[in-house]
Write a protein that binds this ligand. Structure first.
Ligand code: PMP
Length: 418
């Protein structure tokens, strides 16, 4: 483009931006929260388990202490989706993030099965962090001084050439974060090849662990659910049965913050985890678990419920794609993902522009996830990735917010080319 064309495009973007700003909007695209309409889908929970109903399938009185590993019938509902046999799938508290956090603490303070000691006693502890990734995973590492080594994401998962090389040569790499299905924030699902290589790769650390955060295991947006390989079975077949910790929750199935979280793994790891749990609790909230069993009923009930979510969420994802294509298609200023599930879309803008876009949007009343949040320590070295969380706003507000965002991308992008 000639410099005059760029100047004209910039001027147009500037005018559009001023007009957008003048509307005095207040819109929020920061976090991946379910919309009230999605929460309404689970209102049936509010009157369950119902008067006089408090027993599990085996006759246990759920009003009392006990049942450390949770209700088996609830684990059975989620076993297929999370790809963990029900007998090794613990149904626990209200947040998978707490379990991930505590797993890291236990590993640091006690070591893990197959290890030579406490992670804390090593010269350093490092985790592989596929980027862009989930900021709360990175925050756990940051909190405990765990070094974060960035690994680029490809269209089918983390770049496995990089992963294999790093874990083979460095015994201080003890862990790796993975969101294998409809990843946060790219929405991509790991290919069979990636899962196989993760399960089989040789690691210098005998106590290396993959933190398999399958937060979006059942959160499909299309009629063709993504299928990923069963990582626990693959790891077991490869002679690495204890390599993977699996996490999941109903936070975006029923009520965010008032659901049930799960932990699944090998027999040795589950025993290890149960040992710690028994020191911190006498048992989870089994009444809430019972409510969930009554409400979801079985794996098909869960799938049917998730289809109702998709009916609400999918039009929002479609709208983001439609508006970005209309406003930014062919400009060369942006690329974005088109997820078939999950909660996020990842938008890449020209290098060095993400912070500027987020700032411009903020000044125009559209709150976005801070630029950099997708990377360790909140710093995106290329300053180009923005996470879009389209679920919470009502459709009309989402449309306006994305139009405004696109205007900010044009303004920041042409500004850079001036
Ligand atoms: N993992 C990922 C990848 C997430 O995106 C989220 C929610 N944004 C969580 C975990 C949090 O899950 P929970 O509510 O079970 O703690």
């Amino acid at each position: 483009m000639t410099s005059q064309t760029v100047a004209e495009l910039h001027e147009q973007a500037r005018q559009d931006y001023e007009a957008f700003k003048a509307r005095g909007l207040k819109l929020d695209l920061t976090r991946g929260k379910p919309a009230p309409a999605q929460l309404d889908l689970s209102n049936g929970l509010l009157t369950l388990p119902g008067e006089g109903v408090y027993k599990s399938a085996d006759g246990t009185d759920l009003r009392n202490y006990g049942g450390l590993t949770g209700l088996r019938e609830l684990s059975e509902i989620f076993a297929e989706g999370l790809q963990v046999p029900a007998e090794r799938l613990l149904a626990l508290g209200n947040a998978s993030l707490t379990i991930m956090h505590d797993t890291v603490v236990h590993a640091l303070l006690n070591g893990v099965p197959g290890g030579t000691g406490r992670w804390l006693d090593g010269e350093r502890v490092a985790f592989l962090c596929p980027v862009p990734g989930y900021d709360r995973h990175f925050a756990i590492c940051e909190r405990f001084g765990i070094e974060m080594i960035q690994v680029p994401m490809t269209g089918e998962g983390p770049d496995m050439d990089v992963v294999e090389r790093l874990v083979a040569e460095d015994a201080t790499i003890k862990g790796m974060w993975c969101v294998p299905k409809y990843s946060n924030p790219t929405g991509i699902s790991y290919s069979d090849d990636v899962v196989r290589r993760l399960a089989r790769m040789r690691t210098a650390a005998p106590d290396f662990r993959i933190f398999w955060d399958n937060a979006y295991a059942v959160h499909h947006l299309t009629d063709k659910p993504a299928e990923i390989l069963d990582v626990l079975a693959e790891a077991e077949a490869a002679g690495n049965p204890d390599r993977v910790f699996v996490y999941g929750s109903t936070s975006k199935v029923t009520f965010a913050g008032a659901g049930v979280a799960f932990f699944g793994s090998s027999e040795a790891n589950v025993k290890w985890m149960t040992g710690f749990l028994s020191k911190s609790t006498i048992g989870p909230d089994k009444i809430n678990q019972l409510r969930h069993v009554q409400f979801l009923k079985d794996a098909e009930g869960l799938a049917a419920h998730m289809r109702k979510h998709a009916e609400i969420v999918r039009p929002k994802f479609d709208a983001v794609d439609r508006i970005l294509t209309r406003e930014l298609g062919g400009t060369g200023l942006a690329e974005w993902t088109k997820p078939e599930g999950g909660y996020f879309i990842s938008l890449d803008v020209p290098e060095g522009c993400a912070k500027r876009v987020v700032q411009l949007a903020k000044e125009a009343g559209v709150a976005l996830t801070p630029a950099g949040a997708t990377h360790p320590h909140g710093v995106d070295p290329a300053d180009r990735t923005i996470r879009i969380a389209p679920t919470f706003p009502v459709p009309a507000e989402l449309d306006v917010a994305i139009e405004g965002l696109a205007t900010c991308v044009r303004l920041a992008g042409y500004e850079k080319q001036l």
